[in-house]
Design a protein around this ligand. Sequence first.
Ligand code: SGN
Ligand code: CA
Length: 522
Amino acid sequence: MKKIAFFIFGIYLTTILNCTKIAEQQEVEKPNILFLFTDDHAKNALSIYNDKLIQTPNIDRIGKEGMVFNNAFVTNSLCGPSRATILTGKYSHLNGFMKNGDRFDGAQPTFPKLLQSAGYQTSIVGKWHLGTTPTGFDYYNVLRGQGSYYNPLLIENGDTVIHQGHVTDIITDLSINYLKDSISDKPFCMMVQYKAPHRNWMPHPRYFDDFADDLPIPETFYDDYNTRSEAAEKSDMRIADMFLSMDMKLMPDAFGEDNETGGLADFNPAKNWENNINRMSPEQLNKWMTYYGPINEFYKNNIDNWSEKELAEWKYQRYMKDYLRCVKSVDDNIGRILKYLEENDLLENTLIVYSSDQGFYLGEHGWYDKRFMYEESFGTPMVMRYPDKIKAGSVSEEMVMNLDLAATFLEIAGAPVPDDMQGKSMLPLFSDPGKSDWRDAVYYHYYANVGWHSVQRHEGVRTKTHKLINFYDLDAWELYDLENDQQELNNISGKTEFVKMEDALKNKLHALRKEYKLPNKN
Ligand code: SGN
Ligand code: CA
């Protein structure tokens, strides 16, 4: 009798132990999620996409040891809208954040909230820019508004603190400190969101000597927009018109009066620049002037002899060098984070994603900034590493979107994806990067037609081979053949030989509007 009791007890114990083991294993199998994110990072300034301008070995590493998405797009190429789409997995018209300045409704479901309910420890450090207080995070430490490059102010779970130093280093320090001090035995989801390389591109002094040589002028720098609708011509984002003060970093003795407005009648760039300078400590300003002082003199000595073209090309070089220096410091700092993960045994069980809130113009079509549905700003970098599910060296040409991230994160965490999320989990692409039934078209909609840079509202559809754009306030259409006209210079809308294609794309646009529940009128 005793023997039988022992035997039964033995079985009982083994079963309990096994169950606990399975539960533990399931806990362990939930990967951490690390979302590394920048602001305005063009694919052309990321060497895994294009190594002509810069080397970014650390971000490249994520892609090389995982998957590079060559065709990742955004729903609405602007900061706040992109962030709101990522959090909610919904287009702007449904998450309510259509343009910068809107206020994010933090009561709505977001992927961090859903991960929290699924047992994750969630945190966000860096740029937020959604107006309202972050919700769904166990920890937040975010920049106020756009944030400053030097000695930025951050709000840590409600408390405001000014940090000394350069914003890219600070965001990294705060992120690593949080990982060190506060990560529990729960899986974590951390969003590290850099301000760089957003305007006005103020690098850390340790990068002043980088990019000493002039950079190549893009082939389309002198685009005259002659086949396009009026929208391109009406916009205000030409490098030639950049501010001498805050963009070129000239001092008042060199630029005299800075008359450009960037499309905003009441914006005072010189005042904005002065505020930036005033944030610096005497030591920082001293280092700054050691580098920019001679540039100031160079400009003063040459401006009277320069043609318009020479001035535009000088502005291009100034812009690009500071932009690339800011990217370089993001890459170095991401290297620090990867090193921390590696040294703390966190590299293999973490899904690491790198992306940006949208792409950016680096002189293509004569522009900086974003907003348009053309490839440079509609596209965004996207690389992912998670050795358990992604083979090193994978590349996907499928059209994915920032809209898909929420569903991807939830699925990998084993949490249900709500039916009303509009993106698709990218997990099937991890094992089958060229999945044939993935998606045949993507829909885009930009709304911020007043204010900065004067870009008309537009919507459009892109397939693997074509793009149709409707600037509806102008009643104008543009159609591009992406296979034969990669730079989108030749608008073929309305041309008889392409009527069939244009009609098919209009039908597709209509179908996507319906699928994504766009209201009947814009
Ligand atoms: C600021 C910039 C604009 C930029 C918007 C949006 N002006 O207003 O050039 O287009 O941000 O950028 S600046 O005076 O701050 O430089 S976004 O990334 O936030 O959408
Ligand atoms: Ca941005």
